[in-house]
Design a protein around this ligand. Sequence first.
Ligand code: PEP
Ligand code: MG
Length: 586
Amino acid sequence: MIRIKGKAVSPGIAMGRAQLYNFEKEVIRAENIGEKSVEKEIWRLENAVKKSRAQLKKINLGLQKIMGKDAAFIIETQYLLLKDSHLLDEIRGTIQNKLVKAEWAIKQVEKKYLEIFHTIPDLSFKAKSNDISDVLNRLIANLKKGGPAAAAQQPGQVILVADDITPSEAATLMSNKRLLGLVLNKGGETSHTVILARTLGIPAILDTVNATDSIFSGDTLALDSVSSEVIVQPTPAVAEEITEKIEKFRQYKEQLKNLSQLPELTRDLHQFHLYANIELPFESEIVQSYGAKGIGLFRTEFLYLDSKMSISEEEQYLIYKNIAKNIFPHPLVIRTYDLGRDKSDPQAPRREENPSLGMMAVRLFLKDREPFKIQIKAIMRANSSGNIRILFPMITEIEEIRAIKEIMAEAKKELQRAGTFPKKDVKAGIMLEIPAAVRLIRHLGHDIDFFSVGSNDLIQYLLAVDRNNSDVSYLFSPYHPAFIHILKEIRTEVDRIGKEVTICGEMAGQPVPALMLLGMGFTNFSMNAMAIAEIKRVFTQIHYARLRKVVGHLDRFSSRTEIEAFLNTELLKLYPELLQRSQGSV
Ligand code: PEP
Ligand code: MG
């Protein structure tokens, strides 16, 4: 038995078999064949195509079960590629003309397609290249005896162990419900992979540095977020302890769920509102059972990445409409694609030197407007129930809002012409996550209806600290006095122009930072659904007036450590039981 320490970033306890991810990348070499073997190679190819089609069908059905019928399109593109006789003809032709094995022929065709697609600036072509790579790699895997996963994959649910995984990989892996837990060598607390894990209630331990060196696929692992460790091959006694902890954690979650029915009022009847952040459509079916009174942030970029960027207006319309229906009469805030940075297509050919300061979110789509307009149209069309709002991420300047308004006006006109514009306009808001936008609130606010504070990025850009870099994570603090100043500025400026504001970064779901925000006068909080009950438990036990007094003293301090210590001490004095963490919370 060995214990590996890490950082627990998504609460929970799990025990199961390890599955190492992405560790067996195969190198395909050029292998010539004689003319007599051509027929055999083509037969191998046809067989692999059949197997791949069957697998894709199965994945599609699995996705539909968990994410609803609308999920079909995610895999459909790849399925269709395998029906595309042109692609398969090219592979067959390469086998015949170059006398090579099927694997090498597939690689050659892939190379040719990628080269062509990468010269086309249109994003949807880059997406297609992604699909082609995925599907051709599946074909290659199926050329092996036993298929792709037979050798490596553990049956049933697994604890995934990897160096790192991208958010789009995470979305696919987590949505098939096979993940009991996640262990990564790397990772940052507010990375989108972690946000997804939290949302889906999958315990995760990061920053283990070398878990992949000490763990083998098939090992029994216990993942414990209370002690922030992964136990490899636990002894029977330790396994028993873990089993007990799993049961306690389950009971704790049940208790929290019961809180979901309580009114959103502090003990002195100050009103607050708790909403959910979601990344995948199916979550809209469960967030209300966690106590969410609406969806404060739907991160649609996961749809875009999952679908390999070929998602049509109609497909989006159906998804948005369905979520709006699930959550009605509560609000649904749909954020337009916040792509770029860590949420970019891993296969994209062009790498930016400094992606966090580069082409991202609205910057990307004001350059390539078509997919943006399609998304805006889908959102507008879906709003027949009237509870949808649209939110634009990463706003830096007023020119962006003007350009967005132009596109919205065009989209509306086109829908009206087609007779598909519902009576109601969608309310439009912007995210405050680049410090410059905060300084401009009174100007930016003229043309928009509401604001949403992305505290994850606001901290990142204000403090010049990469939200995904564990070396500087000590600086990534909601208690930094400069950040507290900026929060106050937001409160004052938004009040001055009489608009609404919601906090939707991770701090909204963390008890002490959330209490600090409440004490500053923020009333709307959007967070991963799993955090709602705990925040509600804490908020419903305090007196707003007392909290306000405590938070009023924060100006005295010039250091984040002092502020954190002060808040914890004062809260403990007022409510000794309030912050006692329960089993499994992090
Ligand atoms: C944020 O930046 O706080 C936010 C909510 O957006 P995201 O985490 O998706 O960047
Ligand atoms: Mg953000």
